[in-house]
Design a protein around this ligand. Structure first.
Ligand code: PLP
Length: 444
């Protein structure tokens, strides 16, 4: 094994050294070109090497990169908060900046608990979530995540938060189909609330489209309407984890907008800095903030680098770039075209079980048998093999957990930068077809 001086996720793997990026492409030091159909980790939403962002970064650095959030605010932070308030639906007006998606969901959790405390309710401290979900790697975020393999080592340290089934229609636990299923998976929320007691629960958290844990599982049409209704009926806050789906990934600023639902708190990240700076946010509604503003007056959370002007200026430049180039408007069309191209691969490769997702957040689930939906044996490491064959061909796709428990299944996410062109979509599908051909030869 060649030695490097960097701790990497897989110690027996030597990663290529990346030299530079341009648009949807990355180039390594040996001159190999990769089509980044994953946007890294669903992050590089405007592609790589955008000159305007680099300029904004330099402009801010010339003024000031850091001020401490408890001493100062900055023009960049104020403008960014105003833009997010303007872009989000309803009264999601209060932005708390952090540096990663995990910090955003942790902060959202704390805001929810603090909201109830300031209203004099000390027992509403549990956060309900779903199996096959991922809300981050820090302990609070992991406690809310139904991602068994990421939780396993730390279970003794995690909060035992309750979880319900996800709206995983391809593997419906009730063996039913929407809408005639009557949204039984959403109704599980009501059952869980009644069992635990609404006076114990601060909030319910969910990803609008399940990402890393499920491979772009998009819910049936009225699922979130039902969820929001149940939350309102039992006085439970609804936190939408839009870390992966926010900022146009599914074609609207928030994915929740696709179903006409306004959350009480939103966690944002990834596309917010689009990979140009580490920045994320928990955004709370007026309703959530009211008792806090009338009470202790400050959210009990924060990090040294929260709202640093440097990251805020970069994020603002990313949002202005999205706006100036009308990028979100095209996402739906591009997603439909990409999905259509992916569907054409289905009859050619019988290990493609399901193609799903929304906008440019698409997923493919692989199965050993497309009729019975039997997953591949774990020892075959199918997802990993497909990711590696793709990388060999110069295509980057994102591994996802899958299967009814989020572990015993194989799936990948296809989530190119939102700026991808029609020609690049065709190139992506061509490379994917080549990848699947190699895998097909390997297993047959
Ligand atoms: N929430 C969701 C939905 C995510 O997909 C992720 C990361 O993949 C996170 C939270 C955690 O974000 P981060 O890795 O920036 O901490």
């Amino acid at each position: 094994m060649e030695k490097t001086f960097l701790i990497k996720p897989m110690l027996d793997e030597i990663y290529p050294v990346i030299d530079y990026g341009k648009g949807v492409y990355l180039f390594d030091r040996n001159g190999k070109k990769y089509l980044d159909a994953a946007s890294g980790a669903v992050t590089a939403n405007i592609g790589h090497g955008v000159a305007e962002i680099v300029e904004a970064m330099m402009e801010q650095a010339k003024k000031v990169s850091f001020v401490y959030r408890s001493q100062f605010t900055s023009e960049a932070a104020e403008k960014l908060a105003a833009k997010i308030a303007e872009w989000t639906p309803g009264e999601l007006n209060w932005c708390f900046f952090v540096n990663s998606g995990s910090e955003a969901t942790e902060t959202a959790m704390k805001m929810a608990i603090q909201h109830w405390q300031e209203r004099g309710n000390q027992t509403k401290t549990k956060i309900l979530s779903r199996w096959v979900s991922y809300h981050g790697i820090t302990m609070g975020a992991l406690s809310m995540s139904g991602h068994p393999s990421r939780r396993a080592r730390f279970i003794p340290l995690l909060e035992d938060f309750p979880a319900i089934n996800p709206p995983y229609c391809y593997r419906c636990p009730y063996n039913l189909e929407a809408p005639s299923c009557n949204y039984l998976c959403a109704k599980e929320l009501e059952t869980a609330i009644k069992r635990i007691g609404p006076d114990q629960i601060a909030a319910f958290i969910a990803e609008p489209v399940i990402g890393a844990a499920g491979g772009a599982i998009s819910p049936p049409k009225d699922y979130f309407k039902q969820i929001k209704m149940i939350c309102e009926e039992y006085d439970i806050l609804f936190i939408a984890d839009e870390v992966m789906t926010g900022f146009g990934r599914t074609g609207t600023m928030l994915a929740c907008e696709q179903w006409g639902v306004v959350p009480d708190i939103v966690a944002l990240g990834k596309g917010m800095g689009a990979g140009y700076a580490p920045i994320a946010a928990a955004v709370a509604s007026e309703k959530v903030m009211e008792p806090i503003l009338a009470g202790s007056k400050s959210v009990m959370s924060g990090h040294t680098l929260s709202a640093n002007p440097q990251s805020c200026a970069v994020s603002l430049a990313v949002l202005e770039y999205l706006e100036k180039n009308d990028i979100m408007k095209e996402v739906d069309n591009k997603g439909v075209y990409l999905k259509y191209q992916l569907e054409k691969l289905k009859p050619q490769f019988n290990f493609i079980g399901d193609i799903r997702g929304k906008g440019l957040l698409l997923g493919i689930e692989f199965v050993a048998d497309p009729i019975t939906k039997q997953p591949f044996p774990r020892k075959l490491s199918v997802t990993q093999k497909i990711i590696e064959h793709a990388k060999d061909k110069g295509l980057l796709i994102y591994p996802a957990g899958s299967g009814i428990d989020g572990v015993n299944g194989d799936a990948v996410i296809i989530s190119p930068p939102l700026t991808i062109t029609k020609r690049e979509i065709e190139e992506l599908v061509f490379l994917l077809k080549g990848t699947f051909t190699v895998f097909s030869d390997e297993i047959n």
